[in-house]
Ligand binder design. Structure first.
Ligand SMILES: [Fe+2]
Ligand SMILES: [Fe+2]
Length: 189
């Protein structure tokens, strides 16, 4: 199943604050929507087939945070506690058991300091998450933290997307993905 199927059924992936262990401005629903949007844009640019896995990993990656601190284990908590709730939905949209393992590993590892080059889901998730660091450091996610060279060119769009969602706190996933595509000047799948 292709990314297009996800984009045509985004209502199934809607989140509310109560889906998060610690709903917050920094790591809650709108951050998650923006990170999902950047996975879609990155995959659109790379034409990477596993875009769907990165989308799923982004959805769950920060759900298990217990606070907004630098907590390297929140990925593990998210994978253990929250991924199981969504496995049925992810299977419905084509994720195999191997995909689910790769998604679990990406979620777990996104908050650790190790890289893993054979997990593309992790690489896309980490670049998408890094783009939304504009909410912490308005002028720069550190380019040395990025895994794909073109991600750096999306930083101004990431700053604009943040502004858009701050002005539209009720924006849905579809609004945010479409806005990200406009800002990044890409045509969605
Ligand atoms: Fe995180
Ligand atoms: Fe995050």
């Amino acid at each position: 199943m292709k990314m297009k199927n996800l984009l045509n059924n985004l209502n199934e992936f809607a989140l509310s604050d109560s889906d998060f262990q610690h709903p917050s401005y920094l790591h809650g629903r709108l951050h998650t929507y923006r990170v999902i949007a950047w996975t879609v844009i990155i995959c659109n640019i790379t034409d990477y087939k596993k875009g769907r896995n990165a989308f799923f990993a982004a959805m769950v990656h920060d759900m298990g945070r217990v606070d907004d601190s630098k907590d390297p284990l929140h990925g593990l908590n998210s994978a253990r506690k929250y991924l199981p709730k969504y496995k049925g939905l992810f299977r419905k949209y084509g994720a195999s058991e191997t995909d689910l393992d790769e998604i679990a590993e990406a979620i777990t590892m996104h908050s650790l300091y190790e890289e893993k080059n054979d997990n593309e889901t992790l690489k896309i998730l980490k670049d998408a998450d890094a783009l939304d660091r504009v909410r912490l450091h308005p002028h720069k996610p550190d380019p040395t933290f990025l895994r794909y060279s073109f991600t750096w060119s999306l930083v101004p769009a990431a700053a604009e997307l943040l502004k858009f969602t701050e002005g539209h706190s009720k924006a849905g996933l579809q609004d945010i993905i479409h806005k990200a595509a406009d800002l990044a000047k890409v045509k969605l799948f």
